[in-house]
Design a binder for this molecule. Structure first.
Ligand code: SF4
Length: 439
Protein backbone atom coordinates (compact mmCIF):
# COMPACT_ATOMS: atom_id res chain seq x y z
CA UNK A 1 0.00 0.00 0.00
CA UNK A 2 1.34 3.50 -0.74
CA UNK A 3 2.18 5.57 2.33
CA UNK A 4 2.17 9.33 2.94
CA UNK A 5 4.00 10.84 5.93
CA UNK A 6 2.56 14.15 7.13
CA UNK A 7 5.11 16.55 8.66
CA UNK A 8 3.90 19.90 10.06
CA UNK A 9 6.43 22.36 11.44
CA UNK A 10 4.70 23.74 14.53
CA UNK A 11 5.28 26.01 17.54
CA UNK A 12 6.70 29.48 18.20
CA UNK A 13 10.00 30.79 16.87
CA UNK A 14 11.90 33.89 18.12
CA UNK A 15 15.24 34.98 16.60
CA UNK A 16 16.36 37.88 18.76
CA UNK A 17 18.16 36.40 21.77
CA UNK A 18 17.05 39.03 24.32
CA UNK A 19 13.41 38.66 23.27
CA UNK A 20 13.63 34.86 23.44
CA UNK A 21 15.07 34.98 26.95
CA UNK A 22 12.45 37.50 28.01
CA UNK A 23 9.66 35.31 26.63
CA UNK A 24 10.94 32.34 28.62
CA UNK A 25 11.12 34.43 31.79
CA UNK A 26 7.52 35.66 31.59
CA UNK A 27 5.09 32.94 32.74
CA UNK A 28 2.12 34.29 30.72
CA UNK A 29 4.05 34.16 27.45
CA UNK A 30 5.57 30.78 28.26
CA UNK A 31 2.16 29.29 29.00
CA UNK A 32 0.70 30.60 25.73
CA UNK A 33 3.67 29.27 23.73
CA UNK A 34 3.18 25.88 25.40
CA UNK A 35 -0.54 25.87 24.60
CA UNK A 36 0.13 26.68 20.93
CA UNK A 37 2.79 23.98 20.72
CA UNK A 38 0.16 21.44 21.83
CA UNK A 39 -2.17 22.25 18.94
CA UNK A 40 -2.25 19.65 16.18
CA UNK A 41 -1.79 20.78 12.56
CA UNK A 42 -5.35 20.82 11.29
CA UNK A 43 -4.50 21.33 7.59
CA UNK A 44 -2.59 18.07 7.17
CA UNK A 45 -5.00 16.08 9.37
CA UNK A 46 -7.83 17.36 7.16
CA UNK A 47 -6.04 16.25 3.99
CA UNK A 48 -5.54 12.84 5.58
CA UNK A 49 -9.31 12.70 5.99
CA UNK A 50 -9.54 12.79 2.19
CA UNK A 51 -7.06 9.95 1.55
CA UNK A 52 -8.37 7.06 -0.46
CA UNK A 53 -8.41 3.78 1.50
CA UNK A 54 -5.54 2.64 -0.74
CA UNK A 55 -3.15 4.96 1.14
CA UNK A 56 -1.74 4.52 4.63
CA UNK A 57 -0.72 7.58 6.56
CA UNK A 58 1.42 8.73 9.51
CA UNK A 59 1.78 12.07 11.31
CA UNK A 60 5.06 13.53 12.68
CA UNK A 61 5.21 17.03 14.19
CA UNK A 62 8.48 18.93 14.24
CA UNK A 63 9.47 21.92 16.33
CA UNK A 64 12.44 22.44 14.03
CA UNK A 65 15.07 21.08 16.40
CA UNK A 66 14.98 17.49 15.18
CA UNK A 67 15.37 17.59 11.38
CA UNK A 68 18.00 14.84 11.05
CA UNK A 69 16.51 12.19 13.35
CA UNK A 70 13.03 12.95 12.05
CA UNK A 71 14.15 12.61 8.43
CA UNK A 72 15.82 9.28 9.25
CA UNK A 73 12.71 8.05 11.04
CA UNK A 74 10.49 8.97 8.10
CA UNK A 75 12.84 7.55 5.48
CA UNK A 76 12.79 4.26 7.40
CA UNK A 77 9.04 4.09 6.77
CA UNK A 78 9.80 4.09 3.02
CA UNK A 79 6.93 6.48 2.23
CA UNK A 80 5.82 7.22 -1.31
CA UNK A 81 5.28 10.86 -0.38
CA UNK A 82 6.12 13.28 2.44
CA UNK A 83 3.64 16.16 2.82
CA UNK A 84 5.05 19.16 4.69
CA UNK A 85 3.34 22.28 6.03
CA UNK A 86 5.13 25.29 7.53
CA UNK A 87 4.55 28.95 8.24
CA UNK A 88 6.93 31.65 7.07
CA UNK A 89 9.04 31.62 10.26
CA UNK A 90 9.72 27.89 9.92
CA UNK A 91 9.88 27.65 6.12
CA UNK A 92 13.69 27.45 6.00
CA UNK A 93 13.55 24.52 8.45
CA UNK A 94 10.98 22.85 6.19
CA UNK A 95 13.21 23.36 3.13
CA UNK A 96 16.27 21.91 4.93
CA UNK A 97 14.24 18.92 6.16
CA UNK A 98 12.88 18.35 2.64
CA UNK A 99 16.40 18.21 1.21
CA UNK A 100 17.32 15.48 3.71
CA UNK A 101 14.29 13.41 2.71
CA UNK A 102 14.79 13.98 -1.00
CA UNK A 103 18.37 12.66 -0.75
CA UNK A 104 16.79 9.27 0.00
CA UNK A 105 14.75 9.59 -3.21
CA UNK A 106 11.51 10.30 -1.33
CA UNK A 107 9.40 13.03 -2.96
CA UNK A 108 8.14 16.01 -0.92
CA UNK A 109 5.03 18.13 -1.43
CA UNK A 110 4.70 21.43 0.46
CA UNK A 111 1.58 23.50 1.13
CA UNK A 112 0.27 26.19 3.44
CA UNK A 113 0.17 29.98 3.50
CA UNK A 114 3.85 30.57 2.74
CA UNK A 115 3.94 28.10 -0.14
CA UNK A 116 0.77 29.70 -1.51
CA UNK A 117 2.31 33.18 -1.34
CA UNK A 118 5.73 32.12 -2.73
CA UNK A 119 5.19 29.06 -4.96
CA UNK A 120 8.18 29.71 -7.24
CA UNK A 121 10.52 29.98 -4.26
CA UNK A 122 9.06 26.84 -2.67
CA UNK A 123 9.31 24.88 -5.91
CA UNK A 124 13.10 25.27 -5.79
CA UNK A 125 13.21 23.27 -2.54
CA UNK A 126 10.58 20.53 -2.91
CA UNK A 127 9.19 18.28 -5.64
CA UNK A 128 5.67 19.76 -5.66
CA UNK A 129 3.93 22.82 -4.23
CA UNK A 130 0.23 23.17 -3.40
CA UNK A 131 -1.11 26.68 -3.95
CA UNK A 132 -4.39 27.49 -2.19
CA UNK A 133 -6.79 25.02 -0.56
CA UNK A 134 -5.06 21.65 -0.33
CA UNK A 135 -8.36 19.75 -0.29
CA UNK A 136 -9.09 20.80 -3.89
CA UNK A 137 -5.99 19.08 -5.32
CA UNK A 138 -5.08 16.40 -2.78
CA UNK A 139 -6.53 13.51 -4.79
CA UNK A 140 -4.44 14.60 -7.83
CA UNK A 141 -1.30 14.87 -5.70
CA UNK A 142 -1.71 11.35 -4.34
CA UNK A 143 -2.55 9.88 -7.74
CA UNK A 144 0.52 11.49 -9.32
CA UNK A 145 2.75 10.49 -6.39
CA UNK A 146 1.70 6.87 -6.81
CA UNK A 147 3.03 6.94 -10.38
CA UNK A 148 6.04 9.10 -9.40
CA UNK A 149 4.74 11.78 -11.73
CA UNK A 150 4.28 14.77 -9.41
CA UNK A 151 3.70 18.10 -11.09
CA UNK A 152 5.77 21.08 -9.95
CA UNK A 153 2.77 23.16 -8.82
CA UNK A 154 -0.81 22.19 -8.00
CA UNK A 155 -3.14 25.16 -8.02
CA UNK A 156 -6.58 24.88 -6.45
CA UNK A 157 -8.77 25.94 -9.36
CA UNK A 158 -11.60 27.08 -7.11
CA UNK A 159 -12.02 27.61 -3.36
CA UNK A 160 -12.77 24.37 -1.55
CA UNK A 161 -16.45 24.05 -0.64
CA UNK A 162 -16.52 23.57 3.14
CA UNK A 163 -19.75 21.59 2.76
CA UNK A 164 -17.45 18.85 1.43
CA UNK A 165 -15.06 18.97 4.42
CA UNK A 166 -13.91 15.57 5.68
CA UNK A 167 -13.51 14.74 9.35
CA UNK A 168 -9.84 15.44 10.13
CA UNK A 169 -7.86 12.28 11.04
CA UNK A 170 -7.44 13.14 14.73
CA UNK A 171 -6.80 9.43 15.31
CA UNK A 172 -3.35 9.91 13.71
CA UNK A 173 -2.33 11.87 16.81
CA UNK A 174 -2.09 8.53 18.61
CA UNK A 175 -2.63 7.92 22.28
CA UNK A 176 -0.71 11.00 23.45
CA UNK A 177 -2.25 13.07 26.20
CA UNK A 178 -3.53 15.90 24.04
CA UNK A 179 -6.29 17.89 25.67
CA UNK A 180 -6.19 20.62 22.99
CA UNK A 181 -7.60 20.20 19.50
CA UNK A 182 -8.25 22.54 16.60
CA UNK A 183 -11.39 22.86 14.56
CA UNK A 184 -12.36 25.22 11.77
CA UNK A 185 -15.87 26.68 11.48
CA UNK A 186 -15.01 29.06 8.64
CA UNK A 187 -12.12 30.02 6.37
CA UNK A 188 -11.00 33.55 5.53
CA UNK A 189 -12.59 36.75 6.74
CA UNK A 190 -14.99 39.33 5.31
CA UNK A 191 -12.55 42.09 6.33
CA UNK A 192 -9.13 42.64 4.75
CA UNK A 193 -6.66 44.13 7.27
CA UNK A 194 -3.53 44.94 5.27
CA UNK A 195 -1.20 42.91 7.54
CA UNK A 196 -3.35 39.77 7.46
CA UNK A 197 -2.38 36.85 5.22
CA UNK A 198 -4.76 34.22 6.52
CA UNK A 199 -7.87 36.14 5.57
CA UNK A 200 -7.19 36.23 1.83
CA UNK A 201 -4.54 33.78 0.65
CA UNK A 202 -6.73 30.69 0.67
CA UNK A 203 -9.60 32.34 -1.17
CA UNK A 204 -12.75 34.14 -0.13
CA UNK A 205 -14.46 33.97 3.24
CA UNK A 206 -16.57 30.81 3.68
CA UNK A 207 -18.49 29.18 6.53
CA UNK A 208 -18.65 25.46 7.32
CA UNK A 209 -22.16 24.08 7.82
CA UNK A 210 -22.98 23.56 11.49
CA UNK A 211 -23.76 19.89 10.82
CA UNK A 212 -20.16 19.40 9.67
CA UNK A 213 -18.87 21.21 12.77
CA UNK A 214 -21.02 18.94 14.95
CA UNK A 215 -19.58 15.83 13.29
CA UNK A 216 -16.01 17.04 13.94
CA UNK A 217 -16.87 17.82 17.55
CA UNK A 218 -18.21 14.30 17.93
CA UNK A 219 -14.97 12.86 16.51
CA UNK A 220 -12.91 14.91 18.96
CA UNK A 221 -15.25 13.95 21.81
CA UNK A 222 -14.54 10.28 21.11
CA UNK A 223 -10.82 10.90 21.71
CA UNK A 224 -10.83 13.04 24.85
CA UNK A 225 -13.12 13.82 27.72
CA UNK A 226 -14.10 17.50 27.88
CA UNK A 227 -11.44 18.55 25.37
CA UNK A 228 -10.30 22.14 24.97
CA UNK A 229 -10.66 23.33 21.42
CA UNK A 230 -8.98 26.22 19.71
CA UNK A 231 -11.11 27.28 16.76
CA UNK A 232 -8.69 27.66 13.85
CA UNK A 233 -10.84 30.45 12.43
CA UNK A 234 -9.70 33.82 11.23
CA UNK A 235 -12.77 35.62 12.54
CA UNK A 236 -15.40 33.36 14.10
CA UNK A 237 -19.04 34.40 13.72
CA UNK A 238 -17.93 37.46 11.69
CA UNK A 239 -20.89 37.43 9.38
CA UNK A 240 -23.10 34.60 10.48
CA UNK A 241 -26.49 36.13 10.07
CA UNK A 242 -27.91 33.05 11.81
CA UNK A 243 -25.37 32.02 14.48
CA UNK A 244 -27.86 29.69 16.22
CA UNK A 245 -26.95 26.38 14.51
CA UNK A 246 -23.21 26.84 15.12
CA UNK A 247 -23.73 27.85 18.75
CA UNK A 248 -26.12 24.89 19.17
CA UNK A 249 -23.49 22.49 17.76
CA UNK A 250 -20.82 23.83 20.12
CA UNK A 251 -23.12 23.85 23.13
CA UNK A 252 -24.36 20.32 22.40
CA UNK A 253 -20.82 18.94 22.33
CA UNK A 254 -19.96 20.06 25.86
CA UNK A 255 -16.52 21.36 24.81
CA UNK A 256 -14.77 24.45 26.10
CA UNK A 257 -13.25 26.54 23.36
CA UNK A 258 -11.02 29.51 22.62
CA UNK A 259 -11.41 31.53 19.46
CA UNK A 260 -10.51 34.68 17.54
CA UNK A 261 -13.18 37.18 16.59
CA UNK A 262 -13.49 40.89 16.04
CA UNK A 263 -14.83 43.12 18.77
CA UNK A 264 -18.18 43.65 17.02
CA UNK A 265 -19.21 40.36 18.61
CA UNK A 266 -19.83 42.50 21.70
CA UNK A 267 -22.54 44.42 19.85
CA UNK A 268 -24.46 41.28 18.84
CA UNK A 269 -27.05 40.47 21.56
CA UNK A 270 -28.08 37.35 19.62
CA UNK A 271 -24.54 35.98 20.06
CA UNK A 272 -23.70 37.45 23.47
CA UNK A 273 -26.67 35.75 25.10
CA UNK A 274 -25.40 32.33 24.02
CA UNK A 275 -21.62 32.66 23.80
CA UNK A 276 -20.63 31.34 27.24
CA UNK A 277 -23.36 28.67 27.08
CA UNK A 278 -21.82 27.39 23.84
CA UNK A 279 -18.60 26.65 25.74
CA UNK A 280 -16.65 29.75 24.73
CA UNK A 281 -14.14 30.58 27.47
CA UNK A 282 -11.84 33.09 25.79
CA UNK A 283 -11.91 35.28 22.70
CA UNK A 284 -8.87 36.91 21.19
CA UNK A 285 -9.92 40.30 19.83
CA UNK A 286 -7.69 42.28 17.47
CA UNK A 287 -7.63 45.83 18.84
CA UNK A 288 -4.38 46.26 16.83
CA UNK A 289 -3.44 49.83 17.86
CA UNK A 290 -4.62 52.72 19.99
CA UNK A 291 -3.42 55.27 17.45
CA UNK A 292 -3.10 53.73 13.98
CA UNK A 293 -5.92 52.54 11.75
CA UNK A 294 -4.46 49.82 9.54
CA UNK A 295 -5.61 49.62 5.94
CA UNK A 296 -8.49 47.27 5.15
CA UNK A 297 -9.93 47.12 8.67
CA UNK A 298 -13.29 48.47 7.48
CA UNK A 299 -15.86 48.54 10.28
CA UNK A 300 -13.33 46.99 12.68
CA UNK A 301 -11.61 50.39 12.86
CA UNK A 302 -13.50 52.27 15.59
CA UNK A 303 -12.80 54.52 18.57
CA UNK A 304 -11.14 52.69 21.47
CA UNK A 305 -13.99 53.66 23.80
CA UNK A 306 -16.51 51.82 21.62
CA UNK A 307 -14.26 48.75 21.36
CA UNK A 308 -13.83 48.67 25.15
CA UNK A 309 -17.62 48.82 25.63
CA UNK A 310 -17.91 45.76 23.39
CA UNK A 311 -15.10 44.02 25.31
CA UNK A 312 -16.88 44.66 28.61
CA UNK A 313 -20.14 43.33 27.14
CA UNK A 314 -18.38 40.10 26.14
CA UNK A 315 -16.69 39.74 29.51
CA UNK A 316 -19.98 40.40 31.35
CA UNK A 317 -21.19 37.08 29.89
CA UNK A 318 -18.33 35.12 31.51
CA UNK A 319 -16.07 35.04 28.44
CA UNK A 320 -12.56 36.50 28.90
CA UNK A 321 -11.15 38.77 26.19
CA UNK A 322 -7.51 38.77 25.14
CA UNK A 323 -6.82 42.19 23.62
CA UNK A 324 -4.37 41.78 20.75
CA UNK A 325 -2.09 44.69 19.77
CA UNK A 326 0.33 45.04 16.87
CA UNK A 327 3.38 47.16 17.57
CA UNK A 328 5.55 49.03 15.06
CA UNK A 329 3.13 50.36 12.45
CA UNK A 330 4.05 53.55 10.62
CA UNK A 331 4.22 56.44 13.07
CA UNK A 332 5.11 54.28 16.10
CA UNK A 333 7.47 56.10 18.47
CA UNK A 334 8.90 55.60 21.95
CA UNK A 335 6.14 57.92 23.18
CA UNK A 336 3.32 55.93 21.53
CA UNK A 337 4.74 52.69 22.99
CA UNK A 338 4.76 54.33 26.40
CA UNK A 339 1.11 55.41 25.95
CA UNK A 340 0.18 51.82 25.05
CA UNK A 341 1.98 50.54 28.15
CA UNK A 342 0.12 53.03 30.35
CA UNK A 343 -3.22 52.10 28.77
CA UNK A 344 -2.62 48.38 29.29
CA UNK A 345 -1.74 48.87 32.96
CA UNK A 346 -5.37 49.63 33.72
CA UNK A 347 -7.32 48.42 30.65
CA UNK A 348 -10.28 46.15 31.44
CA UNK A 349 -8.80 43.32 29.39
CA UNK A 350 -8.61 39.84 30.89
CA UNK A 351 -5.39 39.25 28.99
CA UNK A 352 -3.16 40.88 26.41
CA UNK A 353 -1.25 39.73 23.36
CA UNK A 354 1.54 41.90 21.94
CA UNK A 355 3.29 41.18 18.66
CA UNK A 356 5.38 43.16 16.23
CA UNK A 357 3.81 44.10 12.94
CA UNK A 358 5.08 41.50 10.46
CA UNK A 359 4.79 41.90 6.68
CA UNK A 360 4.04 38.30 5.74
CA UNK A 361 4.40 37.49 2.04
CA UNK A 362 1.14 37.75 0.17
CA UNK A 363 -0.14 40.68 2.25
CA UNK A 364 -0.81 44.24 1.12
CA UNK A 365 1.59 45.35 3.85
CA UNK A 366 4.42 43.23 2.39
CA UNK A 367 3.86 44.65 -1.09
CA UNK A 368 3.82 48.22 0.22
CA UNK A 369 7.02 47.88 2.27
CA UNK A 370 8.76 46.02 -0.56
CA UNK A 371 7.87 48.77 -3.05
CA UNK A 372 9.22 51.34 -0.60
CA UNK A 373 12.47 49.39 -0.16
CA UNK A 374 11.84 49.10 3.59
CA UNK A 375 12.09 45.31 4.05
CA UNK A 376 15.27 44.22 5.84
CA UNK A 377 16.55 41.88 3.13
CA UNK A 378 19.38 40.54 5.28
CA UNK A 379 16.82 39.24 7.75
CA UNK A 380 15.32 36.21 6.03
CA UNK A 381 12.00 34.42 6.53
CA UNK A 382 13.14 32.98 9.85
CA UNK A 383 12.70 36.48 11.32
CA UNK A 384 8.98 36.53 10.42
CA UNK A 385 8.10 35.31 13.89
CA UNK A 386 5.86 38.19 15.10
CA UNK A 387 8.58 38.94 17.68
CA UNK A 388 11.42 40.16 15.42
CA UNK A 389 11.67 43.40 13.44
CA UNK A 390 11.73 42.76 9.67
CA UNK A 391 11.44 46.23 8.11
CA UNK A 392 12.59 49.79 8.58
CA UNK A 393 10.10 51.68 10.79
CA UNK A 394 9.18 55.25 9.82
CA UNK A 395 9.82 57.05 13.09
CA UNK A 396 12.25 54.86 15.01
CA UNK A 397 15.43 52.95 14.24
CA UNK A 398 15.23 49.16 14.02
CA UNK A 399 17.17 48.92 17.29
CA UNK A 400 14.87 51.42 19.03
CA UNK A 401 11.79 49.45 17.96
CA UNK A 402 13.37 46.19 19.18
CA UNK A 403 14.24 47.76 22.50
CA UNK A 404 10.87 49.54 22.82
CA UNK A 405 8.98 46.30 22.09
CA UNK A 406 11.00 44.34 24.66
CA UNK A 407 10.46 47.04 27.29
CA UNK A 408 6.73 47.09 26.56
CA UNK A 409 6.49 43.28 26.82
CA UNK A 410 8.37 43.37 30.11
CA UNK A 411 6.14 46.11 31.46
CA UNK A 412 2.87 44.48 30.39
CA UNK A 413 3.74 40.91 31.41
CA UNK A 414 5.58 41.60 34.66
CA UNK A 415 4.17 40.21 37.90
CA UNK A 416 1.86 43.03 39.03
CA UNK A 417 -0.11 43.62 35.79
CA UNK A 418 -0.17 39.86 35.13
CA UNK A 419 -1.71 39.28 38.57
CA UNK A 420 -4.24 42.07 38.00
CA UNK A 421 -5.38 40.38 34.79
CA UNK A 422 -5.41 36.94 36.45
CA UNK A 423 -7.70 38.28 39.13
CA UNK A 424 -9.94 39.88 36.48
CA UNK A 425 -10.12 36.53 34.66
CA UNK A 426 -11.17 34.79 37.88
CA UNK A 427 -13.99 37.33 38.33
CA UNK A 428 -15.12 36.92 34.72
CA UNK A 429 -14.99 33.12 34.75
CA UNK A 430 -16.89 33.01 38.03
CA UNK A 431 -19.88 34.03 35.85
CA UNK A 432 -19.22 31.30 33.30
CA UNK A 433 -21.75 28.43 33.33
CA UNK A 434 -19.04 25.76 33.03
CA UNK A 435 -16.13 27.58 34.57
CA UNK A 436 -12.69 25.97 34.40
CA UNK A 437 -9.70 27.99 33.24
CA UNK A 438 -8.06 26.66 30.10
CA UNK A 439 -5.14 29.04 29.60
S1 SF4 B 1 -10.34 40.95 11.15
FE1 SF4 B 1 -8.69 39.52 11.72
S2 SF4 B 1 -8.91 37.79 10.28
FE2 SF4 B 1 -10.08 39.51 9.47
S3 SF4 B 1 -8.70 40.50 8.02
FE3 SF4 B 1 -8.50 41.57 10.00
S4 SF4 B 1 -6.80 40.52 11.07
FE4 SF4 B 1 -7.45 39.20 9.36
Amino acid sequence: MPHVALVPFTGFRIREREMRELGMALPGLRARAGAIAQLPALGLLTLAGLNSPAWTCSYHESDGSDAHPLAEQIISLRPDLVAVSALTASIDEAYAFSRLVQKADVPVVLGGLHATACPEEAAQHVDAVVVGDGESVWADVLADAEYRALKRIYRARKPFDLRESPIPRFDLLGAVDRPRFTLQTQRGCPLACDFCAASRLLGPWREKPATKVAAELEAIGSLAERPIIELADDNTLASRSHPGPLLDALAGSGVRYFTEADWRLGERPDILGRLAGSGCVQVLVGMESLEVSHGGMGPKGAPVSRILEAVEAIQATGVAVIGCFIVGADGETEASLDRLGTFLESAPLADVQLTLQTPFPGTALHRRLERAGRLLGHRGWSYYTLFDVTYQPTSMSVEALELGFRSLVQRVFSAVPAQRRASLRRRIWAKHPSFAPCA
